[in-house]
Ligand binder design. Structure first.
Ligand code: BG6
Length: 458
């Protein structure tokens, strides 16, 4: 396979929620930057025509980030639409015809995982897979066994280098910056190990519930939705070793190697919660045992990280929508420094909604005593969104650059890490909306110095 740019972009699930919220805005942004000028074919089974499809695209842009008239005019000219059932071979022969002379199409599966195999088979039978690339949305499987099975199915039609498994967290600018900040600054990397660091905590808080996605969320729960993928990738970016080489594949190798060193979780290492009111959401079972909150503690079994807990908590209906990391440095107190309680140094990385890198440091309080106080040095602060992750990742996939996509082994090992805590194997505790999760959280996996509750506004 050559590494040229894809010459057609086809997305399945074109009338769905993901397309509406993320894909159309990403396509407009790509057109605006001059990065997209190939036919874009939406495929769905909604009994729509091209005009309805274009109206949906326009509406999506108006609601998500704004319509840019110049870019829209170009995008409008690139859009095509095929309406058809994925079980029906006719859908794929229509697609074959629409592809015309395209040599290297990029297929984006913005569809439920249960349909991945059906669509892949349909494409193969219609002779549409030759030289093609395929982008698969998360969740990639629902446990280790199903992820392995899905990989087997996809490999029947696509070689590994043509499969792009999306985890949009990897495409986020601040997640990229975690890696850059670590490796570009020797003063950080020199102290980046268990010799100097005490704990890492990651909070992914969302103030909203399941936003009408109750039926889908019932199939997931917080561990499948964001821990197995987004959170483990953040852990990998924080803890991986320096990639050996410049190629994108080296980056994937470094992340994958780290994930293989994360200790498999046991049921005693999770607290699961469900916000009060979840069971009344449309599509949710009245006795649902699905968690909307999870806290887990990862350990990494290698020399660099032995003994450093990576505490992660994620949840819906928490007091604010913020994702933040605190990396705490071990306190070192000289006897001359009069401190009743040591004030540890820390790094604070805020991944969203705004982007921030801050360092917690100590300075001397004015006065006679050698007594300190903590200050925070804001090293970097920028408003949200230079480039949306979907724009970045779609562009990368269409150029055949897989560095920000999950490789088969990483996906499987991530499932292996959480496999024993999936479903209803641990108690589920109710929590009040607008709190920081179940009361049990006050005792469980508290990183030294306590959980830091992020503030909504900086
Ligand atoms: C998605 C999850 O992958 O990530 C959602 O399915 C979650 O439940 C979302 O809300 C969060 O992404 P972001 O980019 O808004 O932090």
């Amino acid at each position: 396979m050559t590494s040229t740019s894809s010459d057609a972009l086809i997305f399945f699930g074109a009338t769905g929620d993901l397309a509406y919220k993320k894909i159309f805005p990403a396509l407009q942004a790509m057109v605006r930057r001059g990065h997209l000028n190939v036919p874009i074919i939406g495929v769905a089974y909604s009994k729509w025509d091209l005009e309805q499809f274009k109206a949906r695209a326009k509406d999506s842009l108006e609601k998500h980030g704004g319509l840019d008239p110049e870019a829209w005019e170009k995008l409008d000219g690139l859009l095509h639409y095929i309406d058809g059932d994925y079980d029906n071979p006719e859908t794929f022969s229509k697609l074959r015809n629409s592809l015309g002379n395209a040599q290297q199409p990029l297929y984006y599966m913005a569809i439920p995982p249960s349909l991945f195999a059906v669509v892949a088979e349909g494409l193969a039978e219609a002779g549409c897979t030759k030289n093609a690339r395929v982008v698969i949305e998360k969740p990639f499987g629902r446990d280790l066994a199903s992820a392995q099975e899905l990989n087997r199915v996809l490999h029947r039609f696509f070689p590994e280098e043509s499969i792009f498994r999306i985890d949009h967290y990897l495409g986020k600018e601040p997640v990229q910056n975690l890696i850059y900040f670590r490796f570009a600054n020797p003063f950080v990397e020199m102290g980046w190990s268990n010799q100097y660091l005490e704990s890492v905590q990651i909070t992914m808080a969302e103030s909203f519930g399941v936003l009408g996605r109750g039926k889908l969320y019932e199939e997931l729960g917080a561990i499948r939705d964001v821990v197995q993928n987004h959170m483990l990738h953040v852990v990998a970016c924080l803890a991986m070793d320096w990639p050996e080489g410049h190629e994108g594949e080296c980056m994937r190798e470094a992340r994958g190697k780290l994930l293989k060193e994360v200790r498999v979780l046991e049921p005693s290492q999770v607290v699961r919660g469900q916000f009060r009111g979840y069971r009344h959401e449309p599509g949710v079972a009245p006795d649902s045992q699905v968690e909307t909150f999870a806290a887990v503690q990862f350990f990494i079994d290698n020399e660099r990280w032995a003994g450093v807990p990576f505490c992660v908590r994620v949840g819906k209906c928490l007091p604010c929508t913020v994702t933040e990391i605190i990396v705490r440095v071990k306190p070192s107190l000289h006897p001359m420094l009069e401190e009743s309680s040591p004030l540890a140094n820390y790094y604070r990385f805020r991944l969203s909604p705004d982007v921030l890198i801050a360092l917690g440091a100590r300075i001397k309080k004015p006065g006679e005593k050698m007594e300190g106080e903590r200050i925070e040095l804001i090293a970097h602060h920028q408003p949200p969104g230079e480039m949306d992750p979907y724009e970045r990742l779609l562009g990368d996939a269409s150029r055949g650059d897989a560095s920000l996509f999950a490789r088969q082994d990483s996906v499987e090992v991530s499932w292996q890490i959480v496999d024993a805590i999936l479903d209803n194997v641990t108690p589920l505790v109710e929590y009040e909306p607008n709190t920081w999760g179940p009361p049990a959280m006050t005792q469980a996996f508290v990183p030294k110095g306590g959980w830091h509750n992020p503030q909504p506004h900086e």
